[in-house]
Design a protein around this ligand. Structure first.
Ligand code: FES
Length: 151
């Protein structure tokens, strides 16, 4: 059993198949960007991208991504060059505590891969399901719209 993880093929050990994908990523592969938040797929802190779709890794069975293309925030930058969404996040000083932000960024990347020129309403609708207890929503909106001009 294997999947493509951040561009490289990796085996998924059989004893991990029934575990949440989030735990496989964090505990087996050491990719700790995606966070455990609510654990029931509501808050979005665990958001990653599977075959181009923003996906809650806490409620995704690890075995279900066999053969699929899994991307985490660790795979966004190319060498020292940040992904345009990451750069926009820095430019707009988006994070506060930071806990939700990897999930926010992955949701934004998935949006911009599907909608190249989103309106503010498109951004709000796409990002609505990713919760931020610090209320960084206005900066998230500004950063996504800014990133849309660079991707
Ligand atoms: Fe603190 Fe979003 S920056 S929860």
């Amino acid at each position: 059993m294997s999947s493509i993880l951040n561009g490289q093929t990796h085996d998924i050990p059989p004893d991990w198949a029934d575990e949440p994908l989030l735990f496989l990523l964090r505990e087996h592969f050491g990719l700790t960007g995606a966070k455990f938040g609510c654990g029931v797929g509501i808050c979005g802190a665990c958001t990653i991208i599977v075959d181009g779709v923003a996906t809650r890794s806490c409620i995704t069975r690890a075995g279900n991504v066999e053969g699929l293309n899994v991307r985490t925030i660790e795979g966004l930058a190319e060498a020292d060059i940040l992904h345009p969404v990451q750069q926009a996040w820095l430019d707009h000083g988006v994070p506060q505590c930071g806990y939700c932000q990897a999930g926010q960024i992955m949701a934004a990347v998935a949006l911009l891969e599907q909608v190249r020129d989103p309106s503010a309403e498109d951004v709000d609708a796409a990002m609505d399901a990713n919760l931020c207890r610090c209320g960084t929503y206005p900066r998230i909106r500004a950063a996504v719209l800014s990133a849309a001009e660079r991707v």
